[in-house]
Design a protein around this ligand. Structure first.
Ligand SMILES: O=C(O)CCC(=O)C(=O)O
Ligand SMILES: [Fe+2]
Length: 272
């Protein structure tokens, strides 16, 4: 039906009846807005419609708020990079742990089980409990600043996952995000701390962070990306839903100590 012709006259509605309808409609919307059984996204959509009907331009009024408004998919791609994250001796200690535990690394896998998707080896944090605790505290004390720079809402961290990952000659990790399986969906922020022996013996190994569009909770990477150099003693934080990739590593040295190492992991929130 043509909206212009849908007016009070053509429906033959009295002003009083119309006012009653408007009042009841507002009541329905108001109760939906407060109904916890209605998903936050649906409530946001209702709130947006009401605001738009009242003439408030939300996109103009709240340009810096990182909310997933209907019709405007959330785009991720921001990151925080900090250089000289640890003291020189703490940085050296990470390399010492990696070297001393060289025979305890295991081949990495992916949650989807995809083959030829990733080439690296991992040392689980249970093998370095003291350093895990130390690093966990450093990360948690940095988090408020990181979240504010990422414009990410604060959340309660329920777990800090950590592993020590080594990429040697031919190592890589193709495009993925860190939170798209049932087991990983509460991963919220990814961190990657880079370290290696100097002089640096490898080339490549950059982190590519793709602009990522979230539509109905599914992440799609765009063509555009930022390139992050894995600088010794630097750390990078980003939203775990953001798509990323580790570019191939080339290294002439056959020595384990000459690899590209990371202490990397994820800050988890509680289940919804
Ligand atoms: O090593 C990096 O730069 C990123 C590692 C990564 O993406 C991961 O372990 O999930
Ligand atoms: Fe990742």
């Amino acid at each position: 039906m043509n909206g212009d012709r849908l007016n009070r006259k053509s429906l033959n509605v009295t002003p009083l009846r119309l006012q009653g309808l408007v009042d009841r409609s507002i009541d329905v919307l108001e109760s939906l807005l407060q109904d916890r059984e209605v998903s936050p996204l649906d409530r946001a959509a209702i709130a947006l419609k009401i605001l738009e009907a009242t003439g408030v331009n939300v996109r103009q009024t709240l340009p810096s708020v990182n909310v997933n408004l209907p019709n405007s998919p959330l785009v991720l791609g921001g990151y925080v990079q900090m250089e000289n994250f640890l003291s020189p001796s703490e940085n050296k200690q990470a390399l010492e742990i990696a070297i001393a535990s060289a025979d305890q690394f295991v081949a990495s896998t992916t949650t989807t089980g995809a083959v030829n998707y990733r080439e690296s080896s991992i040392l689980y944090a249970t093998k370095f409990p003291e350093y895990y605790q130390f690093m966990k505290h450093r990360i948690l004390e940095t988090l408020p600043q990181v979240l504010s720079q990422l414009k990410h809402p604060p959340f309660t961290v329920t777990e800090v996952e950590m592993q020590l990952t080594a990429h040697h000659n031919g190592g890589y990790y193709k495009i993925h995000n860190d939170s798209s399986s049932a087991k990983t969906k509460t991963r919220t922020i990814t961190y990657v701390y880079y370290f290696y022996d100097q002089p640096k013996a490898f080339t490549g190994g950059q982190l590519r962070l793709y602009e990522t569009e979230l539509r109905n909770g599914v992440a799609y990477n765009k063509e555009t990306f930022k390139t992050i150099e894995p600088i010794n003693n630097s750390i990078v934080f980003f939203d775990s839903r953001c798509k990323h990739e580790v570019m191939p590593v080339s290294c002439d040295s056959p020595n384990f100590k000459d690899g590209r190492f990371t202490l990397n992991g994820w800050l988890r929130r509680a289940e919804d």
